[in-house]
Design a protein around this ligand. Structure first.
Ligand SMILES: Cc1cc2nc3c(=O)[nH]c(=O)nc-3n(C[C@H](O)[C@H](O)[C@H](O)COP(=O)(O)OP(=O)(O)OC[C@H]3O[C@@H](n4cnc5c(N)ncnc54)[C@H](O)[C@@H]3O)c2cc1C
Length: 396
């Protein structure tokens, strides 16, 4: 095997977070190994495949045509009453991509930059000496490897085990995890091929929402992200599809996807001596829409720069690496925390409250809220509705 027994940095998991971190570290001239337990990077997908243009760490690489399935220019948001709010986002807001291709493309970019990437290689443990993480144990086929590293990075997604093995407690609260379930379907009735469609309502989606993300030619990801419901995400999705013959009577299921989505539990501390965590493994996700590719890759770039500097200075202590905490909280964390608080407010709304909001909010207001910017539209409504004001008092 080409896998060596010593690197500057070992990264666990070749999702978008791991690949972008590996690419930047390799560009800094470091010896990097990016290890992925699955036999094919990106497969199976666990994603609605919505990639916003704001995910600049991915977009600026020049996403190839074969990765892009459908350009998107906005969304249609449906309140429980069926009342719709159209969110127009200019000529181009992003893409629905082929995630299996995107993840591979990002791994190719990491490899091109000089990182060594290896699939079907599961990291089973970390090695700790003198209170420093100094390497990992990994398994490829039936062979065990001991790989030394100055820094180990856990980019192992929502099912992350590596941070805990290193001694960083990343266990999330049940209330801050959503279950995602999705069918990729063909022959779906698509209203506007350039718009994502989002459907809200306690009956149909519990505290979350259902989505149709078009992939062109009547193909779409039809899914749900929800939590704390009596029915499972799969049950809710199947029941909703049954209840909408206008959209799905001719549709077929091409693929079944499931996965957890962290929608809260941002970590104050993401580093230890010789160790850091990034992406879903660090709960770096937008708590309202559940998108994490943008967050994992922005954080990956920040982390790579901090780790490169720490290695150059020969100091990979928790104190040196904690610059990543500071920079990430300044750049993304504080915004994501506001988004989480807004999600907690939305969790408490009844269908009537949501219908009322849909009557009063513009598409622009919704967009600002999802980004964690100033909640102008929401404030307008809250002033008129004292009951909502009470529910939202922690936002103010
Ligand atoms: C149903 C659903 C829909 C979603 N829709 C969207 C969307 O439309 N847009 C969006 O931006 N986000 C979406 N997300 C979230 C998005 O998929 C994640 O936020 C994103 O993949 C996070 O990237 P990551 O690199 O942190 O982790 P991941 O992409 O999860 O990558 C982690 C990798 O680590 C590997 N790994 C785990 N343990 C080990 C180990 N011990 N050794 C080696 N490898 C290991 C895994 O196999 C995996 O490949 C969705 C999620 C779900 C579940």
């Amino acid at each position: 095997m080409m896998l060596k027994n010593e690197y500057d940095v070992v990264i666990v998991g070749a999702g978008p977070g791991g690949s972008i971190t590996a690419m930047h570290l390799a560009k800094h001239g470091l010896k990097v190994a990016l290890l992925e337990k699955r036999q094919e990077i990106g497969t199976p997908k666990r994603c609605g495949e919505g990639l916003p243009l704001t995910a600049t760490e991915i977009i600026k690489l020049g996403v190839p045509d074969y990765v892009i399935r459908q350009p998107i220019n906005g969304a249609i948001v449906y309140a429980p009453s069926g009342k719709e709010v159209i969110v127009n986002m200019g000529d181009l807001a992003g893409y629905v991509v082929e995630r299996k291709e995107l993840d591979k493309f990002l791994a190719y970019e990491a490899a091109k930059a000089g990182a060594y990437v290896q699939a079907k290689t599961e990291v089973t443990d970390v090695i700790i000496e003198n209170n420093y993480v100094v390497g990992v144990k990994a398994k490829y086929q039936d062979q065990e490897y001991i790989i030394k590293a100055k820094v180990v990075i856990a980019a192992d997604g929502v099912e992350s085990t590596i941070a805990r093995k290193a001694g960083l407690n990343t266990t999330n609260k049940l209330i801050d995890i959503e279950s995602g379930f999705q069918f990729e379907m063909a022959n779906v009735k698509i209203r506007d091929p350039k718009k994502l469609e989002l459907f809200f309502g306690k009956e149909i989606a519990g505290r979350g929402y259902l989505w149709i993300f078009p992939k062109g030619d009547g193909v779409a990801n039809v899914g749900i992200g929800t939590a704390m419901t009596e029915k499972s995400a799969r049950q809710l999705l199947e029941e909703w599809i049954e209840s909408r013959p206008d959209l799905f009577s001719q549709a077929s299921i091409i693929e079944v996807n499931a996965g957890g989505i962290p929608v809260g539990g941002l970590l104050d501390n993401m580093v230890l001596n010789g160790f850091a965590v990034v992406g879903d493994a660090a709960h770096q996700v937008n708590a309202i829409h559940g998108g994490g590719m943008h967050e994992a890759t922005d954080a990956g770039k920040l982390l790579a720069d901090v780790v490169a500097k720490a290695i150059e200075n020969n100091d990979v202590s928790q104190e040196a690496l904690s610059l990543y905490n500071k920079l990430w909280w300044e750049a993304r964390g504080n915004k994501l925390l506001k988004v989480q608080k807004l999600r907690e407010f939305f969790d408490k709304l009844s269908d009537d409250d949501m219908n009322m909001m849909a009557e009063s909010l513009s598409g622009d207001d919704l967009l600002k809220m999802a980004k964690g910017s100033k909640v102008v539209g929401l404030a307008k409504i809250l002033i008129k509705k004292p009951k909502l004001l009470l529910l939202a008092k922690h936002l103010i």
